[in-house]
Write a new protein. Sequence first.
Length: 358
Amino acid sequence: MTSLRRFLPVFGLGAASALVLAGCAGTAEAGDEASGKLSVVASTNVYGQIAAEVGGDLVDVTSIVSNESQDPHSFEPSARDQLAVSKADLIIENGGGYDAFIDALIESSGTEAPVVTAVEYSHDWPDNAGHADPPAEGSAEETDPTGTEAAETDAAADAADEHAADEHAADEHEADEHEHDHVEGFNEHVWYDPHTIAHVASAIADELGELSPADAETFIANAEAFGAEVETLEASLGDIGAAHGGEKVFVTEPVPVYLIEAAGLENATPEAFSEAVEEGQDVAPATLLESLALVRGGDVSVVITNAQTGGAETQEIVDEADGLGIPVIAFSETLPEGETYISWMQANIEALSTALQA
């Protein structure tokens, strides 16, 4: 992979919250049975850090993909990774074809651990087994993204979620449950949607509570605290939408699309361009010309690249934007060292806001 230079700092924030980073040791082995802690294995350090927030000092977390030099799309796990999965009490994956390596590890290890699959909590997921469309402004769920208040006030939604969870638990160990092929038309990079991630944190709390009922209230409280911080992200995105709603953004790859949509911005990128870059293919000459003309047209406010992938066509877009004075920023797919999910997303949101004001 070719790492692109960063054009505006996106990780300049320090710890924006007092969230604990314990348990995100990347390649560490799954939890020691003697410790009495629950062992959680996450496909990437994004989900590992969220699990550490929810589980606190009651869990040991192993994140299989843990740095920016590793591409989850093409990651090849080791025997050590398979051992960690085989010992896990809970497994967290992105799904949607993004981290297929962990599906293979689940099957080969024969684990019977429950699996939280993040894409299932996206409102865009086909036959959604997670949550409904994002709540309308001012609704109960909007003020409580973990869904706890909404569950108290909306029995029908609660019943639907419970049914979905039961159905998932019954099927999760079937082989086809773990064969998440890429779903055409679906953007699997759901961790860039804070609203979805609040629901994922709540699901992690539920699963941990099932595994350790005596600690269930602690897990729920931690997920609610995390959800409250997600609200700050959503408020920041709302501020961008109020000031810049409808402005066009060019994304060389679809990684940050959920975030820009949540900010009320328009993804103006030709789909054929971003798909080719994501798949590591050459961009067709006609598509490249269309994309360059779009950047030159004066309607694009900012260009966003993926810091972990690139290519000649991406560089042409970046060079064109540079020449025209259009801000270019880079987002990554995995959690930078020393960041929490909240501080990382807040830094990305601030970088986006700064670029739009340039």
